[in-house]
Ligand binder design. Sequence first.
Ligand SMILES: O=c1ccn([C@@H]2O[C@H](COP(=O)(O)OP(=O)(O)O[C@H]3O[C@@H](CO)[C@H](O)[C@H]3O)[C@@H](O)[C@H]2O)c(=O)[nH]1
Ligand SMILES: [Mn+2]
Length: 349
Amino acid sequence: MAPTLNGEVDIVIPTIRSLNFLENWRPFFEPYHLIIIQDGDPTKEIKVPEGFDYELYNRNDINRILGPKANCISFKDGACRCFGFLVSKKKFIYTIDDDCFVAKDPSGKEIDALAKHLENLTKPSTPYFFNTLYDPYREGADFVRGYPFSLRAGVPTAVSHGLWLNIPDYDAPTQLVKPLDRNTRYVDAVMTIPKGTLYPMCAMNLAFNRELIGAAMYFGIMGDGQPLGRYDDMWAGWCTKVVCDHLGYGVKTGLPYLWHSKASNPFVNLKKEYNGLFWQEEMIPFFQSVILPKKCTNAQECYLELAKQAKEKLGPVDPYFNNLADAMVTWIEAWEEFNAPANVKNGSA
Ligand SMILES: O=c1ccn([C@@H]2O[C@H](COP(=O)(O)OP(=O)(O)O[C@H]3O[C@@H](CO)[C@H](O)[C@H]3O)[C@@H](O)[C@H]2O)c(=O)[nH]1
Ligand SMILES: [Mn+2]
């Protein structure tokens, strides 16, 4: 189990509903600092349960802090959470949705999802050669026969992608035809996603090393006024995976699980996702063919190159991608404003 790293972790929560779910997480989250991004109407008062150490930002705060750059932060979409990634100063970020609760493992024990993510992030990944006994760094496991010794040190882990029991993260068409599906399968495994393979990153239960990959963990312009929604985490997942592959970092998926309680409205979701359902047939081949130049040696440089290529290759698909590529550049400008060693800024709430 990873040591408690509470001085090095921020928990980022986007909310347009309520924060009552925090009571369920109190034993695990109380030692940590929360960054709450209040979406929707900034005049609505959001109650934070007593005893939590937090900073809370609403749309007025985002506009005040970022000025004209605020247009790269989505409104009325969970994508707003990435503002929390921007203003955090910590090494690790854990982001969780406000309809997610503590799950139990098959033995009935409550799962400390954050501790498992920190364990995943502080142990290496193995993107270059698949270990058939899954996570070789786990207690009671190891590399299997035939695994090259030259690769057993692994690489730094940048992302830990957790899963969900109960309501699965389906897209709207799937949810419409299978409304009663519930995920009851607890798979006791953590796997490194091989280099060169993309995956559908869900932000419901996600942790990452902000120093390694934070600059690329941008959730795009989605929601209000945009032709696309609910592809925020997908876009960030494809971008970060391509950047991790280039920089030699690992991405893990699997444990920990949490309990996802609310099925969002599939008809509303269909409206938000509609363009994404066919644009993704263009987006994914784009990411599969991306080659980043050797001169890109950190997440910011990789991300700016990605923005350039996205504009060139996806701009012809729809003008939206030109705006998205521009927003990616604005995000890096904001990132550097907040994170360049010279002028480390605080997003005073
Ligand atoms: O306009 C909005 C809508 C939602 N939020 C907050 O974002 C998360 C996720 O919202 P929700 O639980 O309704 O969405 P799901 O369909 O269950 O989750 C999937 O969609 C992704 C949203 O893009 C999410 O990451 C996926 O897991 C909640 O905390 C809402 O309060 C918002 O801030 N603004
Ligand atoms: Mn949800």
